[in-house]
Design a protein around this ligand. Structure first.
Ligand code: FAD
Ligand code: NAP
Length: 479
């Protein structure tokens, strides 16, 4: 009863806050800077947080393509890393701020153009992440049985577009290309005992598929050597400690490392020491194995005899040139074929242009910018992965977003951004969206989706059962 009263009190306070906020934005004479952020992931929320904190008169609207917020914190971070998702609490506080509004279900670039946003706001911040993936550019890449890590992760994490991926896990060997943290996330999810996953927010369909998986061997293939793996020590340790699973590395890959070890920078040294420890600790009773393979680049996906699906991968054997982190992989004329039933390419995500009016560097796949100021377009800024490329943990994205916010605030203070012109902000965009038949999802409406997901997860002991259909999300949001 007490909880119920509390929650009613909270809702009343929230209604008051909301109406006060809408009055501020719509009708009152308050005319502080109006900023909109495109993308409701960590970069969007951290940029908004910093702007709201620094200026008591700033109003920030976040436009998000999906009806649900939080970007890769919801759709990327592995289900068995719930502690990482605690940042959602901070983002929720930001979304509840009097001067902040979330507008989900708005695909910027399609439903509304950047130019229209620029007309309505004093500044627009692009924080729309990296929704594409780097392709391997090799023959056979599109055969069934080959997946990008982005889609595979999306499948187990509930991205609506990936719900029907249905990877066939009936083979013995899986090959993962790339040796970053995403590759290790994927390998760990494939090899984890079901008990470690079933109380997480992994999608039910992924859990069911993994329950019948016959994959017992995962090869994680890198184009460079053991001293250049891109993962971090916590994620490597999780692989080493996987129950019923042994690390099955080749001794010969580590022969020359002893000499170099002492001169390595500390994080790299610790990572390498852990690799060597794993190499020496062989648990021969384990039923499953994983292994790094080094100095191999994908050359061609080999088709099964009927030509209908992937049955292996041809790799070029590389030699390494240079030293340290900047070592380059150079292919030799030696090739090696590996039989496998599934190939997951985890060689990086990639930002894509969303509006032809916004400059885009196609080679680096980022919006070209100078410390967050988009080149040649005044009033346009960027933060997060679309600003600096698809690397960096949430803390890196936070710092980067704070930097962009700082630059934006500077431009307000120095008059580079003209705040004397009154801008209509969300009011104008809401009217535009209405004429286009686009109905938005507010943060309160997202909270209904959230509650429904938590309710569905409860009987299974899961924190939530994610809704996989945008239509279902909208139905619940607007009910
Ligand atoms: P995103 O998180 O991708 O957010 C971008 C948002 O923009 C999304 O919500 C998207 O829907 C929205 N959007 C896209 N296009 C449009 C559009 N046209 N209109 C409106 N909105 C749009 N970091 C950690 O610290 N710990 C981890 O455990 C961890 N795990 C990860 C696992 C994976 C698989 C990946 C890929 C990354 C992981 N990271 C982790 C890194 C972390 O997720 C990123 O640093 C961070 O999410 C980048 O934030 P962002 O806001 O730039 O992009
Ligand atoms: P990443 O760390 O950049 O790793 C990409 C991997 O792909 C590297 O091994 C890279 O090798 C390889 N690669 C790139 N291009 C290639 C090519 N053409 N051919 C063959 N191999 C190629 O990217 P990520 O794994 O996608 O992770 C993205 C970011 O999210 C990272 O910053 C990561 O730390 C973060 N993240 C964090 C966590 C966590 O904290 N638990 C989990 C997931 C992701 P080279 O080194 O040779 O380029």
């Amino acid at each position: 009863m007490k909880m119920m009263i509390n929650s009613i009190q909270k809702s009343v306070i929230r209604i008051h806050t909301l109406s006060r906020a809408s009055v501020c934005r719509g009708l009152s004479s308050v005319s502080g800077p109006k900023v909109c952020v495109v993308g409701g992931g960590p970069a969007g929320f951290y940029t908004a947080q910093q702007l709201l904190k620094a200026r008591q008169d700033a109003v920030v609207d976040i436009y998000e393509r999906l009806p649900v917020p939080f970007g890769l914190v919801r759709f990327g971070v592995a289900p068995d890393h719930p502690e990482v998702k605690n940042v959602i609490n901070t983002f929720t506080q930001t979304a509840h701020h009097d001067r902040c509004s979330f507008h989900g279900n708005v695909n910027v670039g399609k439903d509304v153009s950047i130019e229209e946003l620029r007309q309505a706001y004093h500044a627009v911040v692009l924080s729309y992440g990296a929704e594409g993936n780097r392709s391997m550019g090799i023959l056979g890449e599109n055969l069934p049985g080959v997946f990008s890590a982005k889609d595979f992760v999306g499948w187990y994490n509930g991205i609506p577009a990936n719900k029907e991926l249905c990877p066939d896990l009936s083979c013995e060997t899986a090959v993962i290309l790339g040796q970053g943290n995403v590759a290790l996330d994927v390998a760990r999810i494939i090899l984890s005992p079901l008990d470690m996953l079933k109380k997480t927010d992994i999608t039910q369909h992924a859990l069911e598929a993994l329950a019948t998986s016959r994959i017992s061997r995962v090869l994680i293939i890198g184009r460079r050597g053991p001293l250049q793996i891109a993962c971090t020590i916590k994620e490597l340790r999780e692989m080493v400690n996987l129950p019923n699973t042994r690390a099955d590395m080749l001794l010969s890959d580590f022969e020359d490392i002893g000499e170099t070890l002492k001169d390595l920078p500390r994080p790299r040294k610790r990572l390498t020491e852990l690799l060597i420890k794993a190499l020496n600790e062989r648990n021969d009773k384990a039923e499953k194995s994983w292994s790094f393979r080094f100095c191999r680049s994908p050359v061609e996906v080999l088709a099964a005899s009927d030509g209908k699906r992937a049955a292996g991968i041809r790799l070029a054997v590389n030699k390494l040139e240079g030293s340290g982190e900047s070592v380059r992989a150079v292919p030799t004329d030696k090739l090696e074929d590996v039989n496998c039933g599934i190939i997951i390419s985890s060689i990086g995500y990639k930002s894509i242009p969303i509006d032809p009016a916004v400059p885009f560097d196609h080679r680096r796949a980022v919006v070209p910018n100078d410390t967050g100021r988009v080149q040649d377009v005044s009033g346009l800024y960027c933060s997060g992965w679309v600003k600096r490329g698809p690397t960096g943990v949430i803390a890196t994205t936070m710092n980067d977003s704070f930097d962009t916010a700082r630059v934006l605030l500077q431009d307000m203070d120095t008059g580079k951004l003209d705040l004397s012109i009154k801008k209509p902000g969300a009011q104008a965009i809401a009217a535009l969206l209405q004429t286009r038949g686009v109905r938005t999802v507010s943060f309160t409406q997202w909270e209904k989706i959230n509650a429904e997901e938590e309710r569905r997860g409860k009987p299974h002991g899961k924190p939530r059962e994610k809704l996989l259909d945008v239509e279902d999300m909208l139905k619940i949001a607007w009910s």
